[in-house]
Write a protein that binds this ligand. Structure first.
Ligand SMILES: [Zn+2]
Length: 205
């Protein structure tokens, strides 16, 4: 176990067998340029926690940028010898419930099963269970590639599992913070009832 300068724990698999070629893999971020051929040769595994905020396109789909994306992937080859990147990404994030329009916490799990090919012509020879990524030079942007996978698994219409109610007609989606609820309770306001309902719901999360 090691600690990065920011105090967050990161570590690699106990069964780590590969060589680490890139210093960037050792911090809380994913490198933009890695040579997948070299990493596959050594069977490099990457287990790292990356702040959600570092994935800007992914963050735009969320209520806030809090939390971490746990990256758990390995470079290797499939049975036909093609280079692969496999594993899983997971993150606990906040989305807007499409029924009550309050924020809700949800777990995103994105399986990663990519074949990394030097040319499109090889794609038909790869097992169908892999998604294809073309990287002619052998260099990939690991950060961008994994962010694409994360985005694919953001639910389109997330809803609370427990019962929640449609917002009052005409009400706008409101993010409830302590400030908001204080403001609501300090002066008579037709939305007071809504605010207390929102508080109740958010406590249930
Ligand atoms: Zn809801």
């Amino acid at each position: 176990m090691n600690r990065s300068s920011s105090g967050e724990v990161w570590h690699y698999f106990d069964s780590f067998v590969g060589q680490l070629y890139y210093p960037a893999l050792m911090s809380n971020q994913l490198p933009k340029r890695v040579n997948y051929i070299a990493l596959a040769k050594s069977g490099t595994k990457i287990q790292v926690k990356v702040p959600v905020a570092q994935f800007t396109r992914f963050s735009e789909l969320l209520v806030n940028t809090q939390g971490w994306v746990e990256v758990n992937v390995q470079f290797g080859r499939d049975s036909a010898g093609f280079h692969t990147l496999t594993g899983e990404l997971s993150a606990e994030v906040s989305l807007i419930c499409q029924r009550c329009l309050n924020s809700m916490s949800t777990q995103i799990r994105a399986p990663v099963r990519l074949a990394l090919l030097p040319s499109e012509g090889l794609a038909t020879r790869v097992a169908e269970s892999f998604d294809i990524e073309i990287a002619e030079t052998g260099v990939i942007d690991l950060h961008e590639m994994l962010e694409n996978e994360l985005i694919l698994f953001v639910p389109i219409a997330p809803m609370h599992e427990e019962e929640c109610e449609l917002p009052i007609e005409g009400a706008q989606p409101v993010e409830v913070s302590m400030e908001d609820s204080e403001e609501f309770s300090n002066k008579p306001n037709p939305f007071v009832k809504l605010a207390s309902l929102k508080q109740k719901l958010s406590k249930k999360e």
